[in-house]
Write a protein that binds this ligand. Structure first.
Ligand code: GUN
Ligand code: ZN
Length: 464
């Protein structure tokens, strides 16, 4: 990771500064014993930005004199300035049904998720849902997400069009699903579904900051033929950075169903592996009930996994075992996902409060140092983007969240009794209200500001 400042481009955009307490991670606290060496914290720090990239970051008194032309500085007292959060798994199309009742995962899918997604063939509804999803996501300081659309190309186009307006770095793809779900959502055929996915991939992958994912929903809703073609598509484009995104090992009933549908496979991971879907840019959501041989495969292949704690609690799935996932002899790349609408909040910080509770159910807590790592640099690592986003350091894309440490009168009072930065962040993750984010910057532009008349602004409507 760079620490030396980048040279200023005399022909580039005017410099932009952000000043306040800065926290960023530089190493993985799950595998390093020296936790202090895993992060940098500047109580009075300065970030210098040009053309969407971080040029310098450090103590204000040491950094500011190097930039005598820097005039435009946003200053945030009583806040922590962090890398924008990285949401490793979510379904934007489920935003209209977040917080809906179900008896089990499969019952909840049938009652609410599938009927809602079926309506997203309508472009104007897809546009509305994408607009609301981005507003909620940016208002929670999340600047990158790995996102499921649904069957229809309209749902992918609506998502990426809105992402382009904010210039966010987002990952999305058409959901591939050709069996075991309502007719209205089913792909007409495996071959046709892959052709539509490839057209979307060619249209959107690497257009600006957008990235494409080949996205079979989960093994039960794809025929073997669709999984095979999905694997071929993924393998054709993986070298250009195309992802594979799916669900894995979320509940026992789902695992039993997969064993019935694919009797020849050694386990659930093996179903995907046999179809060419397990590789370095594969991201597996949930991974609650995972065998040791499966963890080993996920490690060996460099896959990312998305722990979705609020969804796991809400749907009563299983409990992610982060100690098994991070085993030092074969750690996997793990991040956090909101999994809305199975998850009950767009806030990554809220997920961290729930991740602690899930960890406690497994008889072991999760410190704020580790959970905030997972929500930023760790999540970027799960997406193999750890050299691009998820850190505040020279050369990184300037995606930044400003977390308010005094979001309510009570939390302000409570903070008097929290000493360290990580005690304060633990309080925020456990007690914080919904309005925790003061401002969100995307590629250096303040796209969200809680106190501005117009809270959300598109990139084109702002100067750099
Ligand atoms: N497994 C397959 N589809 C879904 C979904 O939409 N949400 C969750 N939580 N799990 C799934
Ligand atoms: Zn999901």
């Amino acid at each position: 990771m760079h620490t030396a400042p980048l040279p200023v481009n005399p022909h580039g955009s005017p410099l932009k500064g952000i000043r306040g307490r800065i926290l960023t991670f530089k190493a993985d606290p799950f595998i390093n014993d020296d936790e202090e060496a895993c992060y940098d914290c500047h109580d009075d720090g300065l970030i210098v930005i040009q053309d969407g990239y971080i040029v310098a970051a450090g103590d204000y008194n040491a950094t500011a004199p190097e930039y005598p032309h820097l005039r435009d500085i946003d200053t945030y007292p009583d806040a922590v300035i962090m890398p924008g959060f990285v949401d490793c798994h979510t379904h934007y199309v489920q935003s209209p049904m977040i917080g809906s009742y179900g008896k089990t995962l499969l019952d909840w899918l049938d009652r609410y998720a599938y009927p809602t997604e079926a309506r997203l063939s309508d472009k104007s509804l897809a546009d509305e849902v994408a607009r609301e999803f981005f507003r909620q996501t940016l208002a929670q300081g999340t600047t990158t997400a790995n996102v499921f659309a649904t069957t229809f190309a309209t749902s992918v186009n609506a998502f990426f069009e809105e992402s382009e307006r904010y210039d966010t770095r987002m990952i999305c793809g058409k959901v591939l699903q050709d069996r075991n779900l309502p007719e209205a959502l089913k792909d007409p055929s495996a071959d046709e579904s892959i052709a539509v996915a490839e057209d979307l991939l060619r249209k959107w992958h690497r257009r600006g900051r957008q990235l494409y994912a080949v996205a079979p929903r989960f093994a039960p809703t794809s025929t073997p033929r669709q999984l095979e073609l999905a694997g071929e598509l993924y393998q054709r484009y993986i070298d250009s950075g195309v992802y594979m995104h799916t669900h894995l090992d979320e509940t026992q009933s789902e695992i039993d169903w997969v064993a019935q549908l694919f009797p020849g496979a050694a386990n659930y991971t093996d179903v995907y592996r046999r179809h060419g879907l397990v590789d370095r840019l594969s991201v597996m959501a949930h991974c609650c009930i995972v065998g040791e041989d499966e963890w080993q495969t996920l490690h060996d292949c460099g896959c990312g996994v998305a722990h979705c704690p609020s969804s796991n609690l809400f749907l009563g799935d299983g409990e992610f075992d982060y100690r098994a996932a991070m085993k030092r002899s074969r750690p996997v790349r793990a991040g956090i996902g909101t999994d809305t609408g199975g998850g009950t909040s767009f806030s990554m910080i809220r997920q961290l409060g729930d991740a602690y509770k899930v960890a406690m159910l497994r008889q072991g807590g999760l410190s704020a140092l580790k959970s905030f790592y997972m929500a930023t640099r760790g999540g970027a690592g799960a997406l193999h983007l750890e050299n691009t986003i998820g850190s505040i350091a020279p050369g990184f894309e300037a995606d930044i969240a400003v977390v308010d440490l005094h979001p309510s009168e009570f939390v302000e009072w409570r903070m008097k009794y929290a000493a360290t930065i990580f005690e304060k962040l633990f309080v925020i993750a456990t007690l914080g209200p919904d309005n925790l984010i003061r401002a969100t910057y995307v590629a250096g532009r303040k796209v969200y500001d809680r106190t501005r008349g117009q809270k959300w602004m598109y990139a084109d409507d702002m100067e750099r």
